[in-house]
Design a protein around this ligand. Structure first.
Ligand code: SF4
Length: 354
């Protein structure tokens, strides 16, 4: 739970000083052992700032030795400005970095992070990552994770252009979860329908010029234009709900046993709103609905039941079938004592961080 940022919308920022302490190495190792024994082969670390964790290199190395083939770190990127820290993490076994950055403008990013100078450090870290990836040291690449919030929603295209020019080719935009200082705050939480106009402008720019991998999350399906949803390839390419894989989470709080849950199911059940219109919606089951605290702030008049086109439903089904098929192939490979590479591919497809 330790972090060198105090982001205005991060639940971690609400933890008091006494609550900001690291989980012991022994507890992390036990959880990695448990996940490895259950056949997981993809692992992600997030929450707090992993690059500050005193045992980061040790537990990453251990995870690699236990057979995890995809090890990703979600980081604010500031410590990666120091190349020796990045090199040690890569050498230990990290295969992918996802850097949280929420603006291409220094004053906005520093304000969001609650730290003066954060933007400059993040850029230096991103530059180091782009170089490491270009040299072939990051098999699963580098991505940026950005929130769509009140200070960037109308400059998403400019933001993507800025990072494309720095060598980034993979960005994920999630609509802000209104927590902490963002809860009830109209300056930080734009209306979804306003943000979506800019999202679509970015999609057009991406097709015309940027040619990046760009995906969006936490935007209810009914906000997307019907013509977009009718195009299965578009839906699968851009809308998180149609492409994201399940993630199982082990969260360390004070209890001895970690809190374990499926992120998508928990998020749907506890953080997202099920509106009256959702009951008759063809996207129910794919769409999680808006954040509950978004509805408390902006109301529910933007949402409407949709009759999801057959192609869009198939996009979701195809992804699920693809994952299940890979999982089944992997299980068969293990039973038959298949090669390590086959096991790695199958399990990586499940992408279930412990
Ligand atoms: S009506 Fe509800 S379930 Fe349907 S797309 Fe909108 S938010 Fe999602």
């Amino acid at each position: 739970m330790v972090c060198n940022n105090r982001c205005v919308f991060c639940v971690n920022s609400q933890v008091n000083a006494a609550g900001r302490r690291w989980v012991s190495k022994e507890r992390v190792v036990a959880e990695i052992d448990r996940a490895a024994a259950r056949g997981y082969r993809a692992l992600g670390f997030l929450g707090g700032e992993i690059t500050y964790y005193p045992h980061a290199v040790e537990v990453i190395r251990l995870a690699r030795e236990k057979g995890f083939v995809r090890i990703s770190l979600c980081t604010n990127g500031r410590r990666l400005a120091r190349k020796e820290i990045l090199d040690a993490l890569i050498e230990a076994g990290v295969t992918r970095f996802a850097v949280s950055i929420h603006s291409h403008e220094a004053d906005v990013e520093d304000r969001i992070c609650g730290r003066k100078g954060a933007f400059g450090e993040k850029l230096a870290g991103i530059d180091n990552l782009v170089r490491a990836a270009a040299e072939g040291h990051l098999r699963d690449g580098v991505s940026l994770n950005s929130c769509i919030h009140g200070l960037n929603w109308n400059r998403l295209t400019e933001m993507a252009r800025f990072f494309r020019a720095r060598g980034i080719s993979d960005m994920r935009f999630n609509f802000l979860r209104p927590e902490h200082q963002a809860e009830g705050n109209r300056e930080l939480v734009p209306r979804l329908s306003d943000a979506l106009r800019e999202v679509l402008r970015l999609v057009v720019e991406n097709h015309r010029r940027l040619r990046m991998t760009i995906t969006f999350g936490d935007i209810p399906v009914c906000l997307w234009p019907p013509s977009f949803l009718a195009n299965a390839a578009f839906a699968r390419r851009y809308i998180g709900e149609f492409r994201d894989l399940d993630t199982d989470v082990s969260e360390f709080r004070d209890a001895v046993v970690p809190h374990r849950f499926n992120w998508r199911r928990t998020r749907s059940a506890t953080l997202k709103a099920r509106l009256p219109v959702c009951g008759a919606c063809g996207a129910a089951g794919i769409c999680e609905g808006p954040w509950t605290k978004y509805v408390a702030l902006h109301g529910a008049d933007e949402f409407r039941a949709v009759a999801l086109a057959k192609g869009a439903k198939e996009a979701k089904g195809a992804k699920g079938r693809e994952v299940r098929a890979k999982g089944a192939k992997d299980r068969k490979g293990r039973q038959e004592g298949g090669s390590g590479r086959a096991r790695a591919r199958g399990n990586a497809a499940r992408r279930k961080p412990a």
